[in-house]
Design a protein around this ligand. Sequence first.
Ligand code: NOJ
Length: 685
Amino acid sequence: MFTRQLKINAVGFTCRLAGLVCCFTFASSLAVAEELAVESPGKVLKVVCEVKDGVPVYSVSRLQRPVIAESRLGFEFKNGISLGKGMKLAGSRRDSVDETWTQVWGEEKRIRDHHNELRVDLAGVDDSSRKMSVVFRVFDDGIGFRYEIPMGNDSWEITNELTEFAMTGDHRAWWIGAYQGNRYEFRYTDSPLSKTEKVHTPITFETADGLYLSIHEAALTDFSSMALWRKSGNTFEADLYPWSDGIKVRGTGNIVTPWRTIQIADTPGGLIDNYLILNLNEPNRLEDTSWIKPGKYVGIWWEMHLDIASWGSGPKHGATTEKTKKYIDFAASNGFDGVLVEGWNHGWEVEWGDSFNFTKAYPDFDLPYLAKYAVDKGVRLIGHHETGAAVENYERQMDAAFALYEELGVRAVKTGYVGHGQNIVRTDEQGNKHREWHHGQHMVRHYRKVVEEAAKHHIMIDAHEPIKPTGIRRTYPNMMTREGACGQEYNAWGGPRRNLPDHTTILPFTRLLAGPMDFTPGIFDLLYEKERPGERVSTTLAKQLALYVVIYSPLQMAADLPKNYEAKPEPFKFIKDVPADWEFTEVLHARIGDYVTIARKDRNSDDWYLGSITDENGRILQADLSFLTPGVKYTAEIYRDSDDADWDKNPYGMVIEKKQVDSTMKLPLRLAPGGGTAIRFHPAK
Ligand code: NOJ
């Protein structure tokens, strides 16, 4: 957090500042050497880059211990050119940066970017027109590197990325498979890395000697997503999602790749309290951000997943004018900012896709009337664009669809791309149809286009079935949140695929390292035996509350039906109180797949909130309250599992109590099996 002292050693002197932006840069050309090294500002991490027998390689160590063994760098192109062999060092340059910037919204208001940079220029031994630079940025808690390849005005096609990540042992890994039908929506596997095949990033590792690593990428804007495949032994190689013709990435002009990132910490919590991915993205490009507002919403949503209502027209149609008014009234009287309405537009009756019309409402849904009704009550409708993965149909209508919402005062749109496998239809200039992956370059471009077009219409995006987050929210802060993992909906109809009690104790160390998630917490009727026999939520009620703090999302849903909140007003108060925008985040306890406790300070008040969750095992954790402001007495409003609570046998067992606390105290958190604790700390009057 920013109140900590800033210490800069990179340029040979120390600077301590509080509350000021601090930025130092120096650059120098070094003589060409066989081996180049760069250390992080606090000399914690070191990257070595060298060329061995013409092959560019890098390695990473932490406090002299190897973390990434010698690993290849480079690319291969369709025209036969390889930048991974026959190379020599051609020059290098160094920079050092220490600056602090402010997030428009987020889990931490002020982010410090403190790194040393080494740029290594490489050229072909026999053909100096083969050029490639690798830019390393080394922070104390991780590294990023990207490639810059001068191409003039030429068109190019990449057939292979050679980047390796040679792990130093058969580490324990938490991962989901790449190239799977359901995109990203799987429970994580916990296994030795030798059991992985092709995996998505972020992939997280625990080493035998107690280091925690996460490999991912940052600033994926016009490239294919990087999956990883275990090439041999403990070595992964980048595996770029291909176009339907097998080409991995194509373009014209100079190549600047996304950053390949490795977060490195000596505690699991150190992976969470880590802003490397954001720091490697470009600063905010939107001049006016006054229309971008984090907040909480309710919606006509869960009832479709429980099959009480339908998206399509008919006797069960959910999105009616009458029902939406009730949701708006409920939102207004309980302080919610938005009401999501799914199934409001034509096209849901047939297979989801080309049928969708994004400007034509069903006759029983009066869009202009409801949008105004909402605004008059201080609430906004949240729009919905389910594309069924038919992106050409969506792109044809996108401008008109965003314009319509903008005109009606809608500020946020949830998009959806339900579709399985390599099923995105792309029509080429000759009219031939091709099938692309969600994570290929074609779709990376599409998702980016949606964010940019939405920004022109002052619309925030909540993307479901998205590509993975890579920090674009820094550059386009209207890219608020996304799904991109197994969310709450799997508890409605997932059967054997539904979330188990440990799922949300893995997400903070895997998927959430990449960015916010619209998990849609807050289910109060945990069993819905009548609506969906055999399905259920595998948590206690208190854990549903704790998820509002643990799983960060700037648009946070209260996902259950209003009547279920009305039936339990006491725990509902926590959802009404908890904010969606934070000044500070502190991780108090963390063990991947077992438990996690996170404390966050509200950006707009002096309140702190704490969420603590556990897997299927009950446990008692001691929360050190030293994050609270010293000398201030707080009332802790505690929502905890009762002593006999258990996600399976007694999920509703809950105690709500108040205690007077201060920063010198420790508070025991008693978590039931599959349970949690949620606390609001409010300065006592
Ligand atoms: C899948 C999304 O994740 C879910 O939230 C939405 O309700 C359905 N698609 C329909 O768009």
